[in-house]
Design a protein around this ligand. Structure first.
Ligand code: DX5
Ligand code: ZN
Length: 223
């Protein structure tokens, strides 16, 4: 595996101090993961485009936008136009995922596609070449701090094999319950981009927690 990338989720940060919370990880993290929830695709509501526009300006790190929203075909390109360097939509919500991935790339972002735990990869393997990143959810999307779902690991492996078998450079991201106890299993199964909310912002030293997570992932991938 090339260098493991860590994308701390600000869902676990203090929303009244978001720019400080991003600055707290900016020396060690690769991305900032921003969870957009619309209270329809998932039963929770977080933030939307105006806040992301402000975060793009305030953040020294690139923004990794995870859209847990209905109708991403309509709304996702706006996040790319706002300057998010990576924009991930859920395939369960997309009407035309290929067209949407192309729209995201045309707007200057890396195109990401997310799968909920029960969504299989097999119907989508021929779409992989349209993507820059595949996000395999390791919890049901909607809330931070949930326990990691080991049941997703075989799918994660199949995703890595599908990417490798096509000789593609598609990043494989995991999100949900990723921390010191679980990151090694994810890395062994082939993940190379790791979202961590509570494991980073629940730590006394968030920047050091990012470094420790990356080291654990790289150790596991090399073993
Ligand atoms: C959940 C979100 C995650 C969440 C992860 O729907 O997509 O990004 O913040 O939080 P932890 O790492 O605490 O499970
Ligand atoms: Zn997320």
């Amino acid at each position: 595996m090339s260098r493991a990338q860590i994308s701390p989720s600000i869902l676990a940060a203090d929303f009244a101090r978001l720019s400080d919370e991003i600055a707290a990880v900016s020396t060690t993290a690769d991305w900032v993961h921003v969870d957009v929830m619309d209270a329809h695709f998932v039963p929770n509501l977080t933030l939307g485009l105006p806040v992301v526009e402000s975060l793009v300006r305030a953040s020294a790190l690139p923004i990794d936008c995870h859209l847990m929203i209905e109708d991403p075909d309509r709304w996702a390109p706006g996040y790319a136009e706002a300057g998010a360097k990576s924009v991930t939509f859920h395939v369960e919500a997309a009407a035309a995922p290929v067209r949407l991935a192309r729209d995201l790339r045309a707007a200057g972002a890396r195109a990401g596609m997310a799968l909920k735990p029960a969504t299989p990869i097999e119907p989508y393997v021929d779409l992989l070449g349209e993507l820059d990143m595949l996000l395999v959810m390791t919890v049901e999307p909607g809330f931070g701090g949930q326990p990691f779902l080991d049941v997703v690991l075989p799918k994660l492996r199949r995703c890595r094999e599908a990417i490798r078998g096509r000789d593609l450079d598609v990043w494989l991201q995991v999100d949900g319950g990723v921390g010191a106890e679980t990151i090694e299993r994810c890395a062994e199964a082939g993940a190379d981009v790791f979202v961590a909310g509570s494991a980073v912002y629940g730590a006394a030293d968030p920047a050091a927690a990012v470094t420790a997570l990356r080291e654990a992932a790289e150790r596991a991938a090399a073993s």
